[in-house]
Design a protein around this ligand. Sequence first.
Ligand code: SF4
Length: 351
Amino acid sequence: MPILLKNQTSDQLHASLAHAGVSPHLARRILAAAVKRGELPAPGSHLNARLRDSLLGLTEIPHLTQVQKVVSPRDGFTKYLFQGRGAGQFEAVRIPLLHRPDDLKYVACVSSQVGCAMGCVFCATGRMGFGRNLAAWEIVDQVVKLQADSPHPIGGVVFMGMGEPLLNYDAVMTAIQILSEPCGMAIAAKAITVCTVGIIPGIRRFTAERQRARLIVSLTSADPLQRRGLLPVEQSNPTPDLIQALREYHTVSGQRVTLAWTMISGVNVGEGDAKRLATLTRGLPIKLDLIDVNDPTGRFRPPSRAELDAFRDALRANLAMPVTRRYSGGQDIHGACGMLAGGTTLIRSRA
Ligand code: SF4
């Protein structure tokens, strides 16, 4: 089996190809050429023609096939549908950071799996069920393809597309390393966000490994019984244990814990919800990200203006922690949070 480039960090690539005479420096050059140009480096001082020939036999540069691209005429969000090497297709969304028009950058919202096994009741991806894990190169190549199609740089990556990233841990962390390496995409690890529905073993491993990417945990309810009805993951990853894991994460990383809260009219936007959240997270520095539910089936509706205002007042009164509301774009192309039969797309505005 050839070694797939874009599927290994430069250190891993060096370990895989050292027997062929590849130095650490050459491994970085090989990764850079594969990521940036989709080819092996040209022969030169570090790569003679014979070694290049043997690399042609030892390695392969895989590419995703772009199946579809849809641009939102409303807000410029762009949804891409890709086919990798295995079964099933998956989506990524390019998000323009509209609040910085003089320095336009994009965020790439990427998928980590085809479908998802988590079954969150308001999520179109969850309704698909689980297909398969994506390989690291299939994650990296989503960003590579979006960058190649973009007039401005991709400045950040969010794992908010299809799938639960902490259930594809190794591939996701390898992809993050490749994306952040100077010889990869050179995107700072702190500009890469892993969004989990609350997989406790994954959070503990993320903490123990002192991963530098940002972590967002979708809480959505501070009432375990209610949460279980919305996010079935609660059954195997109960809220008290989850909060304990997040306290450990905060102690080790020193980071404020970002919790995401999908707001559903009449369900989790009352004063009692704010009070329960305050009690649950007492002593833990958090930041709360509010996002409107996007349910194409119409079963769940976002809060009314009055509900939203009342919820924000209750959070201010009880929580005393930063609260932001995310703008969920790309709704018209089914590219918004929870609408992808792949992809969750967000930019921030003040709550
Ligand atoms: S919200 Fe995320 S974790 Fe939940 S079903 Fe959708 S993709 Fe999976």
